[in-house]
Design a protein around this ligand. Structure first.
Ligand code: GAR
Length: 217
């Protein structure tokens, strides 16, 4: 079966993109990465993508008059690469409604919290401030409302009493690297899809496919 053509949007380190790239090296993985696109010229993730032999593009937001123009240029690059699904992986700019609507149902994101808790930035700091015992990460379809689109899969991560934002973020990042390829495989194999305004799963998708529970600390 033809593999789903995926583009990954990054702004920085690109470790989630790296985990997707590693997963796609498996010949049986149902998706391939056709492009890694960064809005920042010096994202370390660009080098990582090249090491994997993946085409890269930089579309620097600073070179555009406004967000709409920047995002129209991104859509053009994505279309030129034959993109069927866009994965946001540490893409740290809020996307305009036009772009989100253009890629509606074909745009997913990984977010470092158990949504709908802790939308936005500084999720690990806020989770510790609130004293949560379980934190985690979510892969979701992107809608115009920030970090509020239908949830595809989540991984829970325990919070240790002596955690700092750094130690907690490391533990969550490990879970992200496991969850994102797993969620992408579910989408690429058609087992979970966008329908109406929801993420709809096939009847053979179990809770183990979409909910990852923590290893003990
Ligand atoms: C990841 O933790 C990702 O979940 C988060 O940024 C980090 C990027 O790391 N994304 C967001 O906060 C988006 N709202 P990476 O560049 O190493 O993948």
């Amino acid at each position: 079966m033809a593999k789903l053509k995926v583009a990954v949007l990054i702004s920085g380190r690109g470790s989630n993109m790296g985990s997707l790239a590693r997963a796609t090296m498996d010949p049986d993985f149902p998706a391939e990465i056709v492009l890694v696109l960064s809005n920042r010229p010096h994202s370390p993730g660009l080098e990582l993508a090249q090491e994997h032999g993946i085409d890269i593009r930089v579309i620097d937001h600073k070179e555009f008059a406004d967000r709409e123009a920047h995002e129209a240029a991104m859509t053009q690059a994505l279309e030129e690469a034959g993109t069927e699904l866009v994965c946001l992986a540490g893409y740290m700019r809020i996307l305009e409604e036009g772009f989100v609507n253009e890629w509606r149902g074909r745009l997913i994101n990984i977010h470092p919290s158990l949504l709908p808790s802790f939308r936005g930035v500084d999720t690990h700091e806020r989770a510790l401030e609130r004293g949560v015992r379980v934190h985690g990460c979510s892969v979701h379809f992107v809608t115009a409302e920030l970090d509020a689109g239908p949830i595809i899969a989540q991984a829970a991560v325990p919070v240790a009493p002596d955690d700092t934002p750094e130690t907690l973020s490391e533990r969550v990042l490990e879970a992200e690297h496991n969850l994102y390829p797993h969620a992408l495989a579910l989408i690429a194999s058609g087992k979970i899809r966008w329908s109406g305004d929801s993420a709809v799963a096939d009847s053979d998708v179990t809770e183990h496919d979409v909910a990852v529970f923590p290893n003990p600390l």
